[in-house]
Ligand binder design. Sequence first.
Ligand code: BEZ
Ligand code: FE
Length: 293
Amino acid sequence: MNDHEQGFFTELNSAEVVIGRNRNAKDERLKQVMAVITRKLHEAVKEIEPTQQEWFEAITFLTRTGHMCTDWRQEFILLSDVLGVSMLVDAVNNRKPAGASESTVLGPFHVDDAPELPLGTNICLDRKGEDMVIAGVVRDTAGRPLANAKIDVWQTNDDGFYDVQQKGLQPDFNLRGVFRTDQEGRYWFRAVKPRFYPIPDDGPVGQLLGKLGRHPFRPAHLHFILSADGFETLTTHIFVPDDPYINSDAVFGVKASLLAEFERVDDADRARDLEFANPFWSVDYDFVLAAAK
Ligand code: BEZ
Ligand code: FE
């Protein structure tokens, strides 16, 4: 028997035998990752002591999760989201310096080819919902405004669906767009107040949430990706703070610093200038980008 071999597989030495078998892996990182995952998985089996039936149910669940995946539906990412793993991966990869805006999950509904629009554009193309104007400044951590920063934004419509979930029903690029900050780092655009909505819950992940007594809702939010030369790209949201699901986001994406203030404005003149119904919503939210490492 070689040194690295632990003998035949037993309940006691199970993880070490499997890990030892990977000793010739060419990729050190893969070897390390598989060692950790093997150790934790065996630990879980030893703690849970699943019956053969339970183990098979778990395999069936993963099989159904795979079958649910298509080019536009990624059920495994959804599983990672509801287990809090996506937010944890986001956290370990986005440790920001003091003062920088915090990140949160990307989610599945970003598109790469949203149109670049002039500041002030109304991105609500289906004209449903409560009018909202949003404005702010993008700065660096020293407080200097960042001109020409790119702001990619997307949100659901008033029925709680992204345009890509309702192709043909919603206009293409409804409630999404790309803006550039002006010389003073300012941005602004018009949209509608976002609403809470369920993550796609018609598959195995939705069934799992149901069995766990969990709802599938995300509190109302707008998505942002901000980028500027010399700065780390920031993927984040801003949330409606009094949303009924603000403390129970299905994917754990809420952070205190991402709660924006949604002010109800009753001002007929301003409403007319904005081509809004009166009253309307106004949001001021500034972003701070961290310098690239
Ligand atoms: C979203 O906010 O678009 C989202 C995030 C995670 C899972 C599903 C949707
Ligand atoms: Fe979303």
